[in-house]
Design a protein around this ligand. Structure first.
Ligand SMILES: NC(=O)c1ccc[n+]([C@@H]2O[C@H](COP(=O)([O-])OP(=O)(O)OC[C@H]3O[C@@H](n4cnc5c(N)ncnc54)[C@H](O)[C@@H]3O)[C@@H](O)[C@H]2O)c1
Length: 271
């Protein structure tokens, strides 16, 4: 489904991002694996090589934060330097710093906005020379764009519903709704499709029991158990369930779909 395509997947060292990188490689893409955590990123790259039947050219590592605009530019430049082009960007990198509003620090607010919202903007803008400008040159030269290029962003069903203790995260993820719909319109003439995945409760580090961690990530056990009990399928999604929808948006199967969101929530309803 992605033969000859080059993709950047941000935050691909674990969880949903890793599953997306693996699904893409399995479907013929070459992938730049962006990650903050060097060890996790290197593990994903090694798994990608394995998944590609031992092909060491299937994936390459980029270390750095999407919250930094220059880092985002360097990330896209690495795709160009290593693989000669860029066709797909997946803005998967995300972080939570949960607190009730009356206790939320400026740092908690800023970090979550910087990574989840500004990081998505930084990466979209950094693709301009490799996606928008290349498509425009094709359009100017021949009257049509060679093929659809793809951007896949991330919302969250928690953000769409609103969520206690996540005012920063919900604001950032809903900010990505406006970003996705606007960019879809702006770049439609260049056949750059901009869509989004909104995972529901998915089994990753982000949703592990907080009591088992010492880094502030995760969800309090009681809240986690109550949430899972309300899921129609009775269990969380696995990262691969979300990755398959990202693969759909990255592939030609979705060429006539843009500015849309698919909730990957196992039937958990948005009010
Ligand atoms: N797990 C869920 O239930 C769920 C639900 C809805 C949405 N999401 C979204 O899905 C995406 C993936 O989440 P996940 O559950 O796999 O999380 P995760 O914590 O397992 O993985 C996220 C990865 O992103 C990396 N990262 C964080 N900040 C970064 C930065 N500034 N630059 C580059 N990489 C960075 C982390 O190091 C980590 O490896 C996120 O956007 C998240 O908000 C997850």
């Amino acid at each position: 489904m992605l033969a000859d395509r080059v993709a950047v997947v941000t935050g691909a060292g674990r969880g949903i991002g890793r599953a997306i990188a693996l699904a893409f490689v399995e479907n013929g893409a070459r992938v730049v694996v962006n990650e903050l955590d060097e060890q996790a990123g290197a593990e994903t790259v090694a798994l990608c090589h394995e998944r590609a039947g031992g092909d060491d050219a299937a994936a390459v590592l980029h270390i750095g934060s999407v919250a930094d605009a220059d880092t985002a530019r360097a990330l896209m430049a690495q795709a160009k330097a290593r693989y000669g082009k860029l066709d797909v960007l997946v803005n998967n990198a995300g972080v939570t710093r949960d607190a009730m509003t009356h206790k939320m620090s400026d740092d908690d607010w800023r970090q979550v906005i910087d990574v989840n919202l500004t990081g998505t903007f930084n990466c979209c803008r950094a693709t301009v020379p490799l996606m928008r400008d290349v498509a425009k040159a094709e359009l100017d030269a021949s009257g049509h764009v060679a093929y659809h290029r793809k951007i896949v962003n991330f919302f969250s069903t928690a953000a769409i519903n609103g969520n206690v203790g996540q005012i920063n995260y919900c604001a950032a993820k809903l900010g990505n709704v406006g970003l996705t719909r606007s960019l879809a319109r702006e770049w439609a003439r260049f056949r750059i499709n901009v869509n989004a995945v909104a995972p529901g409760f998915t089994d990753t580090r982000m949703t592990q029991e907080k009591e088992l961690r010492d880094d502030g990530l995760g969800i309090p056990r009681a809240q986690r158990d109550a949430f899972i009990a309300r899921l129609p399928f009775g269990e969380p999604a696995q990262p691969e369930h979300v990755a398959r929808v990202a693969l759909f948006f990255a592939s030609a199967l979705s060429d006539w779909v843009t500015g849309q969101t698919i909730n990957v929530s196992g039937g958990h309803q948005i009010p």
